[in-house]
Design a protein around this ligand. Structure first.
Ligand SMILES: O=C(O)COP(=O)(O)O
Ligand SMILES: [Mg+2]
Length: 224
């Protein structure tokens, strides 16, 4: 990580949540499947849902409805009904089957111990993000937490990263983004900061190396 900052440590590290810190797809898939069954369709299953995660909850629901109903664009009434069902089911079980990735907690503890400011920048809606962070005891680590609905634009737009930097008072050249998807890489490039990725997350079924992050680490504790 130091090689990205001319031998120094970054002052701020911004983390993605789904697919980077937490393997959240089991609960997301379960809520999507309950929604589809309530709408009279077959379950989609984890293998499909894993490719639909990454652009926030509305995009996830829309992709599931397009797959199940085959209509593009999805009718507004169907979307509203489906989204309401998804919010209810996911709210009932946000972090039941989800798991922290190996090395994630040690990474956050180690970086915080080195005096580096930490921020969480996710496309997941803020309310679910807060539930998940609290469920894993991670809520104390971050100076700033931004969800996909915190600002008008979400990743790959750079605005959530720029807002986290602004709130922490750190410039882009002293900031680092850590994520798992092309949305994290694009947001970091547009915000002007380096980006490290993990290869185990959700990148719409593509290898993250195709997005050319500055560094790929197999486990987050390799950042220490
Ligand atoms: O909710 C999503 O679609 C993805 O969330 P993430 O930005 O934490 O990966
Ligand atoms: Mg992610």
């Amino acid at each position: 990580m130091r090689q990205l900052f001319s031998g120094q440590l970054p002052e701020l590290i911004m983390f993605d949540l789904d697919g980077t810190l937490v393997d959240s797809v089991p609960d997301l898939a379960s809520a999507i499947d309950k929604m589809l069954v309530a709408l009279g369709r077959d379950e989609a299953g984890v293998d499909k849902v894993v490719r639909w995660v990454g652009n926030g909850a509305t995009a996830l629901v829309r992709r599931a409805l397009v797959d199940a109903f085959g209509a593009v664009p999805v009718d507004d009434g169907l979307f509203d009904h489906g989204y309401e069902l998804f919010l209810r089911f996911y709210g009932e079980a946000t972090a039941d089957q989800s798991q922290l990735y190996s090395g994630a907690l040690a990474c956050l503890e180690g970086l915080k111990g080195q005096g580096i400011k930490l921020a969480l920048v996710t496309n997941k809606p803020l309310a679910f993000t807060q539930t998940m962070l609290a469920g894993f005891g991670l809520d104390g680590f971050f100076s700033v937490v931004l969800g996909g609905d915190s600002l008008p634009q979400k990743k790959p737009d750079p605005s959530p990263l720029l807002e986290a930097m602004r709130q922490c008072g750190v410039k882009a050249e002293h900031s680092l983004m850590v994520g798992d998807s092309v949305n994290d890489v694009r947001a970091a490039r547009a915000a002007g900061c380096p980006v490290v990725c993990v290869p185990y997350g959700y990148n719409h079924g593509d290898a993250i190396s195709l997005s050319k992050p500055d560094l790929i680490v197999d486990r987050l504790d390799q950042l220490l």
